[in-house]
Design a protein around this ligand. Structure first.
Ligand SMILES: NC(=O)C1=CN([C@@H]2O[C@H](COP(=O)(O)OP(=O)(O)OC[C@H]3O[C@@H](n4cnc5c(N)ncnc54)[C@H](OP(=O)(O)O)[C@@H]3O)[C@@H](O)[C@H]2O)C=CC1
Ligand SMILES: CC(=O)N[C@@H](CCC(=O)OP(=O)(O)O)C(=O)O
Length: 345
């Protein structure tokens, strides 16, 4: 059994980690922090965990995280970078669900997140935690930068085509929609029921911090300069993310070859489902599960490929992906604790 700590146990990705880890056969939860709920039994706040999680929250400064084998940071940007150096020095592995170590370019991080980086010496070492693209590096890692939710959909959709040199890297378009839980559990006017239900809008059109994260990762797979236009939207559902990705073909290729390319790329990826060509994946087919589903289209048989990608933002887009990384880092089967089938309806 490995000992696991969670910093930020009262938020949406924190409670999602608890849901997944409570039934993981190789894990003992030993510390769950909250600044506001010090001493409160976790199951009092989250009755879904009654009988499953017996710990109480502890204030971050009281929790002895150095006793853990791995600590997840389910916290806002800037928290993990302050604590990771001491934890790593004590031999504890760290998985950060925020963006502290996602961007290799420190100046870009500081520009987009408006936080001065306090552990720049760890940026290079951190491994970007997208198992489908970095599995071997994740197995060796001490420090994981878990991807953002939108970047997961964009990378898993575009990478097979970019790697094969089939598309114009400079004209990628991503039109993506997220459920409201993507904004976290903290109180904000934009996520009030009366603001976000029965409503639909784009945001961050002029620039969103997931554009530099995604572009930098995509750039690893092509010598051509990546150009990405990404428009996020908020949709009136709680969980789920749908990305519609557009890419212009630069090579002669037929539909069957495109489909075969994706099937081959993901044949050993237990959490990527390449659906039949022309399918319409639904967010609800991933709700509560770590599965990402995608499907290819070619409107009018022309030279634009449309890739439809769905996932649960809190599972494959965050906490499930983090557990998938933990499994690889500690030699568990990649799928351990992550076999849930999506909830219908
Ligand atoms: N929601 C999503 O779909 C996704 C989120 N992420 C990222 O994951 C991280 C967590 O997101 P989410 O769970 O949605 O956020 P929430 O706002 O729901 O939760 C944040 C948690 O962090 C704790 N916290 C806040 N500030 C501090 C601090 N200074 N020190 C210690 N703990 C702190 C809060 O607990 P308390 O106040 O009780 O201490 C709370 O438990 C964020 O960086 C987010 O960007 C990534 C992918 C998807
Ligand atoms: C709906 C919503 O607000 N979503 C968040 C993305 C959440 C996430 O994955 O982002 P980080 O970990 O990079 O913060 C946003 O657009 O800011």
């Amino acid at each position: 059994m490995i000992k696991v700590g969670i910093v930020g146990g009262t938020g949406y990705t924190g409670v999602e980690l608890l849901r997944l880890l409570a039934t993981h056969p190789g894990v003992e939860l030993t510390a769950i922090t909250s600044r506001k709920e010090d001493g409160l039994p976790v199951a009092d706040m989250f009755p879904s965990l009654r009988g499953r999680v017996h710990l109480a929250f502890s204030a971050p400064d009281k929790a002895d995280l150095t006793e853990c084998d791995v600590v997840f940071f389910a916290t806002p940007h800037g928290v993990a970078m302050a604590q990771a150096p001491a934890l790593l020095a004590a031999g504890v592995k760290v998985i950060d669900l925020a963006a502290d170590f996602r961007l290799k370019d420190r100046a870009s991080f500081e520009k987009w997140y408006k936080i001065e980086h306090s552990a720049p010496e760890l940026i290079e070492e951190a491994v970007y935690g997208l198992p489908e693209l970095n599995r071997e590096d994740i197995k060796q890692a001490r420090l994981i930068a878990n991807p953002g939710c939108y970047p997961t959909t964009m990378q898993l959709g575009f990478v097979p085509l970019l790697k094969a040199g089939l598309i114009d890297a400079g004209s990628l378009i991503a039109d993506a929609k997220s459920g409201v839980s993507g904004a976290g559990r903290k109180a904000e006017i934009g996520t009030l029921f009366s603001e976000s239900s029965d409503n639909f809008k784009a945001y961050g059109v002029a620039g969103h911090r997931h554009t530099p994260e995604t572009s930098a990762q995509l750039q690893r797979f092509t010598d051509d300069k990546v150009g990405l236009i990404f428009t996020p939207h908020l949709v009136p559902m709680i969980r789920g993310m749908h990305a519609t990705l557009y890419a212009r073909l630069t090579q002669e290729v037929d539909d069957a070859q495109l489909q075969a390319l994706f099937e081959e790329t993901y044949k050993d990826a237990p959490f990527v489902d390449v659906m039949p060509f022309g399918s319409h994946p639904e967010t609800r087919s991933t709700r509560g599960s770590n599965m990402l589903r995608l499907a290819l289209h070619r409107p009018g048989g022309g030279n634009t490929v449309v890739i439809l990608v769905v996932q649960d933002n809190l599972v494959k887009g965050a906490s499930g992906q983090a557990v998938q990384c933990m499994n690889l880092m500690f030699g568990f089967e990649e799928t351990t604790g992550l076999q849930q089938i999506a909830l219908l309806p």
